[in-house]
Design a protein around this ligand. Sequence first.
Ligand SMILES: *Cc1c(COP(=O)(O)O)cnc(C)c1O
Length: 415
Amino acid sequence: MDFRLDKAFAKKLDDQDDLSKYRKKFFIPSHKDGESIYLCGNSLGLQPRSIREAIEEELKSWEVNGVEGHFKGTKWVSYHEKIGKLMEPIVGGESNEVVVMNTLTVNLHLLMVSFYRPSSKRYKIVIEGSAFPSDQYAVKSQLQFHRFDPKDALIELHPRSNEGYLRTEDILATLEQNADEIALVMLGGVNYYSGQVFEMDIITKKAHEIGAVVGFDLAHAVGNVPLELHRWGADFAVWCTYKYLNSGPGAIAGAFVHSKHLDKDLIRFAGWWGHDKSRRFLMEPDFIPMKSAEGWQLSNSPIFSMTPIKESLKIFNEVGMERLREKSKLLTSYLEFLLNSLESDRIWLSPPFKIRGSQISVHVRVDGKELFEKITKEGVICDWREPDVIRVAPVPLYNSFTDIYNFYGILKRNL
Ligand SMILES: *Cc1c(COP(=O)(O)O)cnc(C)c1O
């Protein structure tokens, strides 16, 4: 589409937008007498308006049913199963492959216990050089747990100089060069810093060719780009639900285990909620894992923390990831067009269009933090990441083209 620079054009795009009605389903944080320009859904998604009532329903069930709430009303005993079902299409998982439990880093550890099984020859783990700190800590501590030195056993992928993103060909070359030593390839689906979408299908294929296991951290990918974990053949994946999935601060996370592993007796750290559910209340001493991703659950579900995910996923399933992605591309390329029109030497953008989701990282050459603080004062909510990036996330469910236009106006005034 040929974009234009005037405000009326933003209004026109909003009028043509099928998804514009979804904005009303969310609370938009305020600024002075109006609404802020919220471009931070990659960090904490906004609150769906239906959540309060849904949580009150669960409180009511507890009030009137006590322990019997496990089997009455929304039936807490199987509550997580419904949420798993709603989650499947969002990540491209088949039945039994998806579970909602714990938090992201916890799930990463639990699945590495099963899927990082190093030998003295094949023990290395590949991660992004700029991986999110929690992933780095988790992976390094797993290496140490198995008595390897991260200095030797960790392979970090870095962009070529001044490119700000990783080329797929470089990732594949690294796998090829270390083919006999890599046990696990553990990458983000979308890099949190650059917004780059990795070619997960191609990476999975190559990793399997060299005999490695593949896991993805989908924190910035889920609810952002369509995912096909089953079809790609990823071995496992984990994600949080408070970023694009709008399920609230510290909300319960998701995990995927490919069906090809579900019949195996994999080593794991077990708990009673992973035990064969038909025998759970027999209180037997020996663990029989469920042949589904649920087999990695430890504890019974925290219902009040699960409710927001259910409400949020209803919206995602109604809209569908394909339609969201369509709008996301349009919204993000509109932002890119406006930013490029500034022709400013002070900023540059990453990554290039083909491989990004709903995020542009605006690199600022001088006094970036100061620029960020100025636009924040004027009602923009986005975030600053050291050393030089303002991350801007246009989210298709609740951001309008007018939001993007107004952001551009504020940035321009302060550049
Ligand atoms: C947001 C994020 C996390 C956060 O982990 P929690 O366990 O939810 O605190 C971890 N990894 C990545 C890549 C993230 O983007």
